[in-house]
Design a protein around this ligand. Structure first.
Ligand code: AMP
Length: 325
């Protein structure tokens, strides 16, 4: 899915004075990296514009500063000739602080996204391209093409988004362009080793959790899964970020799909589907979710659906392998 270009977003930014940037719920490195990377670039290249970071990082990736604006401090003049940019997402039910968008106070909305999903928000400006490994890759590409000034701070945010969402340059949507953008960022004093170090560090808690997952996962016909129940979350005192590490189960032997089911504080169960071939978003969408071909998610409310999802994954693998003989 492709719509608009980097110029659509650049022109939209240039036409507005107050820029609000939004990220998705259950934040990750890409939505926060794109949000703060884009915001820092706007401040650097258009110093007269005001940038408001809206959202809540939930304390993830705390080696970076993701301080969001307290929206209760906004005044009417902040909304004058304003642009709201949603990065890495589209529909309102997926957005943190969506009430601000739905209030209608923001003059116009823009979307910069690498998801092929539809949207219920009336975006005036769209740059959507599912061929990018990360929304942050789009931000970096925009900076490169627009010949924007970049500093090490902005580059750090953008690189973190690219590095995390591409599975550390592992997923199949990693392209020549992904590396060209990363190399461009490296011209501006970006210290990739520091970021790699931060992201590869593990706490003792995480190690215990890895042990738990690797000792107790289930598998059937090239599908491998683990249900992170509340008792384990409580026993190991896992944070939101620690409990979500679906890639502990990545690429084990000839398994093609790996899944984490994670108990949520509100009683729902988060489903994180990953694959090295079959299009798992076909399953994600069936359960009201979405995402990419090889990385998809959804929410379910009943653990009884787990065997059904596993059976759908098995069928998907069979179809995929028949088609790719
Ligand atoms: P996650 O496992 O949460 O990292 O999600 C993988 C991909 O699926 C991301 O691109 C998400 O944006 C997308 N995704 C996850 N949950 C949902 C949902 N409930 N609705 C739409 N897209 C989702």
């Amino acid at each position: 899915m492709k719509k608009g270009t980097y110029n659509t977003i650049k022109n939209a930014i240039e036409m507005h004075d107050n820029i609000f940037i939004f990220h998705h719920i259950r934040p990750d490195g890409d939505c926060l990296g794109s949000q703060f990377g884009l915001g820092e670039l706007i401040k650097l290249n258009y110093p007269k514009k005001k940038v408001f970071y809206i959202g809540d990082s939930k304390g993830i990736l705390s080696f970076l500063d993701f301080t969001h604006y307290d929206e209760s401090k906004l005044t009417e003049k902040d909304f004058k000739n304003s642009l709201g940019i949603v990065v890495d997402a589209s529909s309102s039910d997926r957005l943190e602080k969506k009430e601000l968008i739905l209030s209608g106070k923001i003059s116009a909305m823009a979307r910069l996204d690498h998801h092929p999903n539809g949207a219920d928000i009336d975006y005036k400006y769209n740059w959507i391209d599912a061929s990018y490994a990360a929304a942050a890759e789009m931000v970096g590409y925009l900076a490169m093409k627009a010949k924007w000034k970049i500093d090490a701070h902005a580059a750090e945010y953008i690189y973190t988004g690219i590095y995390t969402d591409s599975g550390r340059f592992f997923y199949s949507d990693t392209s020549k362009r992904t590396f060209v953008v990363a190399a461009h960022l490296m011209k501006y004093g970006l210290n990739i080793h520091k970021i790699h170090q931060e992201l590869s560090g593990k706490t003792m808690k995480e190690i215990k959790f890895h042990g738990e997952v690797l000792s107790n996962f289930e598998s059937k016909e090239k599908v491998i899964w683990y249900y992170v129940k509340n008792d384990v979350i409580e026993k190991l005192n896992l944070s939101y970020e620690e409990a979500n590490q679906v890639n502990i189960l990545a690429n084990i032997e000839d398994n093609r799909i790996w899944i984490f089911f994670i108990d949520q504080p509100d009683g729902e169960i988060r489903v994180r589907l990953r694959s090295n071939g079959p299009k798992v978003n076909l399953i994600g969408r069936e359960y009201g979710g979405g995402g990419h071909d090889n990385a998809s998610g959804a929410m379910i409310s009943d653990p009884a659906l787990i065997p059904e999802i596993v059976e759908k994954a098995i069928k998907l693998i069979k179809d995929f392998e028949n088609e790719n003989r």
